[in-house]
Design a protein around this ligand. Structure first.
Ligand code: AMP
Length: 123
């Protein structure tokens, strides 16, 4: 798990991973942490993040080990099933960079569900 020069160690999710600020934890294992989004946009709104320092989904795919990538997506599946998202359906979003509207520069997957969601892309 190396750190790219552009990764900001002081981003809010890095602070959560270091235990410097709290989170409403749903799941944790060796490679992955999942917690509730602080500003939920759906009845269930979770964020799944790798523990390694990855800027976004592209950086994660390029630099993460097979173990980390495998662990991350196994965790997503487990969380989706345990949180009752799988059966009724849900949306997963990885906002990336400027055009994607990414606010926190640590790769995260939003899991949104608990009701029928509206249009995928707004204005
Ligand atoms: P994005 O725009 O994809 O970067 O999404 C960042 C998300 O992180 C937003 O949905 C925020 O509500 C959420 N967020 C920011 N700070 C926290 C925090 N301390 N705990 C949980 N979620 C947070």
């Amino acid at each position: 798990m190396s750190t790219p020069s552009t990764y900001d160690e002081n981003n809010i999710f890095a602070k959560i991973l270091r235990g410097e600020i709290p989170c409403d934890k749903i799941y944790e294992d060796e490679f992955t942490l999942c917690f509730k989004d602080i500003t939920p946009k759906a009845p269930t709104h979770l964020l799944v993040i790798p523990k390694g320092a990855y800027l976004n989904i592209v950086d994660f795919g390029k630099r993460a080990s097979k173990e980390e990538i495998d662990g991350f997506f196994k965790a997503v599946s487990q969380i989706a099933e345990e949180q009752n998202l799988s059966q009724s359906g849900f949306r997963s979003i990885a906002n990336t960079g400027l055009n994607g509207g990414q606010e926190v520069p640590h790769f995260h997957l939003h899991l949104l569900g608990g009701k029928k969601l509206g249009a995928l892309v707004g204005q």
